[in-house]
Design a protein around this ligand. Structure first.
Ligand code: ZN
Length: 278
C-alpha cells in the first residue's frame, strides 16, 4: 500500500539522519553552494538578504496568451541576477515571484542596499519600458524590495536520487521577503537592524545613503521624512505591522530612486565609502 511504503521510507530516512547527526561549521562568506557532505551545515553570523518581489503577477496571468508572463519573468529574473551579481552577491536564487541575493562580509549591507536601489530604479526606468515595447502589453512591471540581515544556516538537501537544493534556514531571507510585500510598488523597505547599520556608517556614506543629493524634491517635499540633524532623511520610519510576524518594531521605507544626475556618484560612495574621483 502506498501510505505504508511512504511511512517506511520516511522512518528509514529519519533513522539515517539521526545516526549522521549534524555538524555546523562557521563561515564568514556566503558560499555559492551549500555543503553536501553528510550532516554538514555552514553557519554565517551576518548575512544581508535582499528580496525583490515582482508585483501584480496575478493580473499578468489573466492575459489569454502566456507570452506576456513568460517575457515578464524572463526580463525580471535576468535583470535581477545581473544586478545582484554585479554588486557582489555570493548567492542568488528564486523563490515564488521573487529573486533574492545574499551578501556577506563587513560592508555587505551597503552593497545590498545599492543593489536594491539599482533594481528599483532600473525596473521603473528601463525594464518596464522594454517589457511594454516588446509585448505591447499594458501590464506594468513593478517590484517591492525588502532587506534584512542576521545569521543563516545553509546546506544542500534532498533525498537520494532526487535533485539537491540549497536550504537557507534563518530569519534574513524570510524577513526580507515579508518586507518586500510591505513595500509598495518600487519601494525599498529595510528592517530596523539594517537601518541601524546605515546610521553607524561613516559621515560621507551616511550622507549619500540617508540624504542623497537633494535633487529628489518629490521625496523631500512629502512631509513624512524623519529628520536627522538639519536635513530631511530620504527614509521614512514607521511601526512594523503587527500581523506580519516581523521580529523588529520599526521599519524604514525608501521611495526615491537613483538621481539621473548624481546616481552613479551616490552609488559609488555608498558601496566604497569614498567619494569617487572626478
Ligand atoms: Zn541629484
Amino acid at each position: 500500500m502506498l501510505l505504508d511504503e511512504v511511512l517506511a521510507t520516511l522512518t528509514s530516512q529519519l533513522d539515517d539522519q539521526a545516526e549522521l547527526g549534524v555538524k555546523i561549521k562557521q563561515q564568514t562568506e556566503v558560499p555559492s553552494e551549500g555543503p553536501i557532505d553528510k550532516g554538514l551545515w555552514f553557519y554565517m553570523q551576518n548575512v544581508t538578504a535582499v528580496f525583490v518581489d515582482l508585483k501584480g503577477s496575478t493580473e499578468l496571468s489573466a492575459y489569454r496568451s502566456p507570452k506576456p508572463s513568460a517575457f515578464a519573468y524572463t526580463y525580471f529574473v535576468r535583470a535581477m541576477v545581473v544586478i545582484f551579481e554585479r554588486f557582489g552577491s555570493k548567492y542568488v536564487d528564486i523563490q515564488g515571484d521573487g529573486v533574492f541575493g545574499l551578501f556577506s562580509g563587513p560592508q555587505s549591507e551597503f552593497y545590498a542596499v545599492a543593489s536594491a536601489i539599482t533594481a528599483r530604479t532600473q525596473i521603473e526606468r528601463d525594464i518596464d519600458a522594454r517589457f511594454e515595447k516588446d509585448t505591447s502589453s499594458e501590464w506594468k512591471m513593478t517590484a517591492g524590495i525588502g532587506i534584512d540581515r542576521g545569521p543563516l544556516l545553509v546546506r544542500r538537501l534532498g533525498l537520494r536520487g532526487t535533485k539537491q537544493n540549497e536550504v537557507w534556514a534563518g530569519k534574513p531571507v524570510n524577513m526580507a521577503a515579508k518586507l518586500s510585500s510591505v513595500a509598495c510598488s518600487n519601494q525599498v523597505v529595510v528592517s530596523e537592524r539594517v537601518f541601524s547599520q546605515f546610521r553607524k556608517a561613516s559621515p560621507i556614506r551616511r550622507r549619500a545613503l540617508l540624504w542623497g543629493c537633494g535633487c529628489c524634491k518629490e521625496i523631500q517635499g512629502d512631509g513624512l521624512g524623519i529628520t536627522i540633524g538639519e536635513t530631511k532623511c530620504l527614509w521614512t520610519k514607521e511601526p512594523a505591522p503587527a500581523e506580519m510576524g516581523l521580529d523588529f518594531d520599526q521599519l524604514y521605507r525608501l521611495k526615491s530612486k537613483w538621481c539621473c544626475v548624481h546616481g552613479a556618484e551616490l552609488c559609488e560612495t555608498i558601496v566604497t565609502g569614498c567619494r569617487p574621483e572626478a
